[in-house]
Ligand binder design. Structure first.
Ligand code: UD1
Length: 422
């Protein structure tokens, strides 16, 4: 298993390009199941989760061609509308194939995703929504087995705004008979990007980015080209890493509007941020103040940035509080940050972080994707050497992270396999 070795204490400096968004690319790859014509996605991020989704689609019979950061998917025939346990267990987002498969093939079998490190993460909303559209769904042998000759438009109200739940129902509704209205829908920018992709394929969608979406089903969708939006979480992670190391960097190919909530907090705590149309710069600063944040569905503070902000809080001036309201077990990084000398108390779903002068390097273990990013940031801040074990989590969601950080001046190295060289 690969590890990262970081020698901390160097301020990040320079320019980097942000990759396409994992959480937009994954549903957009699945959207290609909705048409027999080719769909081309530009700005495809080269990530483990993207490769897993492509393997899954390939097994179903989708033909894939890669060219220069783009991928063309051709779902002329779908031979096997199945998402097997072996792939779903490595990536929960495989559930995104359920809606499109059902809409296009009239049947689908998708393994039930199990619990995961950050919480139980049920998929009841996906199932209830598809049932409301007329699907017959059985849970058998660990699989969701769904059937519907033709899905029917309906009004469905989510019990809570679910990102992939909204995406699944949105994709299914594009080929349903009649009009579907999704109430209490999630509003994340990735959903708007997916809706843009579907619209380019001929779907009729209104209200993407609001909590009520209306989808008028069409007989068929056609091929299209779409540019995957920039990854707002990768952008936020690099900005926090620059702030944490008292560095100065500029992000390119990013979208400042999708990150407003994160930029607001960084400004509030004393960091200087300037934005262009597709750039964000953060300036060198001596210190940053403690802060208080609560994660919320978009446009609130993203849960996917909570762990990285906690790493920043470990060296802030004063006491910060971070409250996690989306996932019940998303504080796994706390124990690891403490190994680096952070002062953190957790009560319920709130972490109280007292800033210290300096973290000190140690060996730590990555537990999930964003927890891994927080450990990288903490390692960059810490004095001495930090080894991060189990970084396969990081490869799921960050493209070439050690190359990008090295280009910004970080002392970071991947150690392959058994750990030789440590
Ligand atoms: C997506 C993102 C993930 C992000 C999360 C929240 C992708 C591929 N992943 O995950 O990076 O952290 O949104 O912004 O886009 N819930 C239910 N029943 C359901 C569905 C969700 O109870 O059927 C609950 C979840 O347990 C959680 C909350 O709703 O407490 C939000 O989860 P959801 O938005 O569905 O997260 P994901 O779509 O899995």
């Amino acid at each position: 298993m690969d590890r990262l070795k970081i020698c901390g204490g160097k301020p990040l400096s320079g320019d980097i390009a942000i990759s396409g968004a994992k959480n937009a690319a994954l549903p957009e790859l699945c959207a290609a199941l909705l048409t027999a014509e080719p769909v081309m996605l530009y700005n495809r991020p080269h990530l483990k989760d993207v490769c897993t989704m492509e393997t899954l689609l390939g097994q179903m019979g989708v033909r894939l061609e890669h060219h220069n950061g783009a991928v063309t998917l051709h779902a002329h025939n779908i031979d096997w509308p199945l998402a097997p346990y072996e792939l779903v267990k490595t990536m929960r987002a495989s559930i995104l194939a359920l809606g499109p498969l059902l809409a296009r093939c009239g049947e689908a079998r998708v393994s039930m995703p199990g619990g995961c490190a950050i919480g139980l993460r049920p998929v009841d909303q996906h199932i209830k929504g598809l049932q409301a559209m007329g699907a017959e769904i059985d849970l058998e042998h660990g699989y969701i087995a769904a059937k519907a000759k033709k899905l029917k438009g309906t009004h469905f109200t989510f019990d809570m705004p679910s990102v992939t739940g909204t995406e699944n129902l949105l994709m299914a509704a594009t080929l349903a008979d009649g009009v579907t209205v999704l109430h209490n829908a999630a509003r994340e920018p990735e959903i708007v990007d997916l809706a843009d992709c579907l619209a380019a394929m001929g779907a009729r969608i209104q209200g993407a980015g609001t909590n009520t979406m209306t989808i008028e089903g069409v007989e068929k969708l056609h091929g299209a080209e779409h540019h995957v939006m920039p990854d707002r979480i990768e952008s936020g992670t690099f900005l926090v890493a620059a702030a944490a190391t008292r560095g100065e960097i500029t992000l390119h190919n990013t979208d400042p509007s999708s990150l407003a909530c994160v930029l607001d907090i960084l400004r509030q705590i004393g960091l200087k941020i300037s934005v262009g149309k597709d750039t964000i710069s953060i300036c060198r600063n001596g210190h940053f103040d403690a802060f208080h944040l609560t994660t919320e569905p978009y446009p609130g503070f993203p849960t996917d940035m909570q762990a990285q902000m906690m790493a920043l809080a470990t060296c802030a001036d004063g006491v910060s509080t971070l409250t996690e309201t989306i996932f019940e077990s998303r504080m796994m990084h706390v124990q690891e940050l403490k190994r680096l000398g952070a002062k953190i108390d957790v009560e319920g779903n709130t972490a109280r972080v007292t800033g210290v002068k300096q973290l000190s390097g140690a060996t730590v273990m990555a537990t999930d994707l964003r927890a891994s990013a927080s450990l990288v940031i903490a390692g960059l801040m810490a004095e001495g050497e930090t080894i991060i074990d189990r970084i396969y989590h990081l490869d799921r969601g960050y493209e070439a992270i050690e190359q990008k950080l090295s280009a910004l001046g970080a002392n970071i190295e991947r150690i392959s396999g058994s750990g030789a060289g440590i």
